[in-house]
Design a protein around this ligand. Structure first.
Ligand SMILES: C[C@@]1(CC(=O)O)C2=NC(=C\c3[nH]c(c(CCC(=O)O)c3CC(=O)O)Cc3[nH]c(c(CC(=O)O)c3CCC(=O)O)/C=C3\N/C(=C\2)[C@@H](CCC(=O)O)[C@]3(C)CC(=O)O)/[C@H]1CCC(=O)O
Ligand SMILES: NC(=O)c1ccc[n+]([C@@H]2O[C@H](COP(=O)([O-])OP(=O)(O)OC[C@H]3O[C@@H](n4cnc5c(N)ncnc54)[C@H](O)[C@@H]3O)[C@@H](O)[C@H]2O)c1
Length: 205
């Protein structure tokens, strides 16, 4: 594990730029993973939770990954594999292949994640905790994925499974309120806060 910041744009972080956090919709989008091992499988699992179409290209594909992927091409990567991709993942155990995938992605303008050299890619993945509609994502800016995992574990203890219903509940309350008369802004904010407080108190009580 590297001690220094090894994130895409790590240099920019030194200059004051931070990674831009975003929750992206991937339903129906073609996402291409080059490499079919443990790392590709971890990434694919989360892509599939987002209902992305996951295309895997690798001579050897992890059994679980093969069973869940939308398309599997059991062969080495070749240029052209990223055509039509919305996102790309370079996750082979070969530095040369990962570099070639990153290069094709840049040429096509497809955002790419590079597993062995994140600074060569465009985005990094956070460690995430999900409780129903509530998601918490943790990034260390690439400095230490293991630290990100440990922070996520602490958050898991803090936010137990009982939180899963909260987003749904406040969402329903909000819809009911929106269906009623429109109050002035201060009153609206007061009601919003009261709504969330009520749901939170039910959770702790
Ligand atoms: C969070 C998580 C999300 C995910 O991938 O889904 C994630 N890595 C996870 C696991 C993990 N990563 C590593 C091990 C082996 C640990 C060990 O050796 O013991 C394990 C396994 C484990 O911890 O269980 C090693 C490792 N990781 C990277 C490098 C390359 C480098 O740093 O240069 C190397 C060295 C490779 C080597 O040389 O072998 C790079 C990246 N890994 C990132 C994310 C991005 C930065 C996130 C941040 O901001 O911190 C970034 C930059 C790029 C990216 O891949 O997006 C997921 C935790 C899920 C969870 O449990 O919650
Ligand atoms: N980002 C992270 O979180 C993280 C964590 C651990 C390791 N890594 C890095 O990711 C890399 C992959 O790790 P892994 O554990 O999944 O490896 P692995 O050995 O389980 O899998 C490697 C995969 O690459 C495929 N491959 C090899 N040559 C190929 C080619 N020419 N075209 C297409 N696919 C090819 C293999 O068939 C295999 O499916 C490691 O080399 C390591 O540097 C990253």
């Amino acid at each position: 594990m590297r001690a220094e910041c090894s994130v895409p744009g790590g240099r920019e972080i030194e200059q004051g730029a931070v990674l831009y956090p975003v929750f992206m919709s991937l339903a129906g989008r073609r996402c291409v993973a080059v490499g079919g091992g443990k790392v590709a499988a971890r990434k694919a699992r989360r892509l599939l939770q987002a209902r992305a179409r996951v295309v895997v290209v690798a001579p050897e594909v992890d059994e679980e990954l093969a069973a869940m992927a939308t398309e599997v091409h059991r062969r080495p990567y070749r240029p052209g594999d990223l055509e039509g991709a919305f996102l790309a993942f370079a996750a082979t155990d070969s530095r040369e292949v990962n570099a070639a995938v990153a290069q094709e992605a840049k040429r096509l303008g497809v955002p790419v994640n590079v597993a062995d050299r994140p600074q060569e890619g465009d985005f990094a993945l956070p460690s995430t905790l999900r409780r129903g509609g509530l998601q918490v994502a943790v990034s260390t800016g690439g400095a230490s994925p293991v630290l990100a995992r440990e922070v996520r574990k602490r958050l898991e203890a803090l936010f137990g499974p009982e939180w899963a219903g909260l987003v749904e509940e406040v969402g329903r309350e909000r819809e009911a309120r929106l269906a009623g008369e429109a109050p002035e802004e201060t009153e609206r904010h007061r009601r919003l806060k009261a709504e969330v407080d009520l749901c939170l108190s039910r959770l702790s009580g």
